[in-house]
Design a protein around this ligand. Structure first.
Ligand SMILES: NC(=O)c1ccc[n+]([C@@H]2O[C@H](COP(=O)([O-])OP(=O)(O)OC[C@H]3O[C@@H](n4cnc5c(N)ncnc54)[C@H](OP(=O)(O)O)[C@@H]3O)[C@@H](O)[C@H]2O)c1
Length: 251
């Protein structure tokens, strides 16, 4: 169960090597989280992330999870929930893709959509049902400001995040009053493996800052979290700009 401050004791990460997810888990383990499941594609990185978290005092298990294999999600995630209650599921997997390449190779573009959107629809529904069955818990979904407005530079990724964001909002509404809380996290540019080598966008932030915002959001039981918070105001303005103007912005 979560403590009185909303910090989970047990946590399942989908996308167990994500830098944002691992910064969040480190932060929560220092607070109270004791049991961590890292679900992801099997790799040395997944195992070393588990080793690092064990050194902080958490009991950590890894399991094979592939967002691109939705048929397996029920069985894979079912095993985790069968072992005991999970207070928080962090849906962190995602790929950025390569916009220019993916425009030329539609199959690659579909892979972005299938990972970020349909993979999350499947894993999100399976997790939500399990949380609802136990009667409590949070589903924290890493969306992105990229889903707020189409941008020439990354609209394939952005459209997948727009779908994910609306899906997660609706899921939160569907679960309202059930004891299960869905929190949509919308970071801007985060300096992580995903953005390595890319030119930084304004208001760039860090995985640790996202982790801090997630912890605060859990304590407040927020439904939406922007990182940094100033992006909420910036994006509400950007959302209403005329398209002709957005096309000329260096976004
Ligand atoms: N970095 C940013 O600027 C930024 C901004 C806004 C939102 N986000 C979102 O935040 C989340 C985490 O991003 P990050 O910055 O922490 O990037 P990251 O370190 O590259 O993490 C991405 C994660 O997704 C996993 N993944 C990719 N394809 C998968 C699949 N088919 N099945 C299972 N796992 C898969 C990766 O696992 P492998 O180790 O197997 O590759 C990795 O754990 C993503 O959803 C991203 O879209 C990031």
């Amino acid at each position: 169960m979560k403590d009185a401050f909303g910090i989970p004791q047990s946590l399942l990460v989908l996308g167990g090597t994500s830098e944002i997810a691992l910064a969040t888990v480190r932060r929560l383990v220092v607070r109270r989280t004791r049991t961590v499941w890292l679900a992801g594609r099997p790799s040395p990185g997944l195992e070393s992330a588990a080793t690092e978290l064990r050194a902080l005092g958490a009991e950590v298990r890894t399991l094979a999870f592939d967002a691109l294999d939705p048929e397996s999600h029920e069985a894979v995630l079912g095993k985790v929930f069968a072992e005991g209650d999970i207070d928080m599921v962090l849906l962190a997997f995602g790929i950025l893709g390569d916009q220019a390449h993916d425009e030329r190779e539609p199959v690659a573009a579909v892979r972005v959509a299938q990972t970020n959107y349909t993979g999350a629809v499947s894993a999100g529904l399976v997790s939500a049902r399990a949380l609802q069955t136990q009667g409590h818990g949070s589903l924290v979904v890493l969306s992105s400001v990229a889903g707020e407005r189409a941008r020439r530079a990354d609209f394939i990724y952005g459209s997948s995040k727009a779908g994910l964001d609306v899906f997660a909002q609706g899921l939160g509404d569907a679960l309202h009053g059930t004891g299960v809380h869905v929190m949509v996290v919308r970071p801007g540019f985060v300096r992580s493996r995903m953005t390595a080598g890319l030119e930084e966008a304004p208001l760039a932030t860090t995985p640790e800052a996202v982790a801090t915002a997630i912890e605060l959001g859990l304590r407040r039981r927020s439904e939406t979290v922007w990182v940094p918070g100033a992006l909420r105001v910036v994006m509400s303005a950007v959302r209403h700009l005329p398209r002709a103007l957005v096309r000329r912005l260096p976004l």
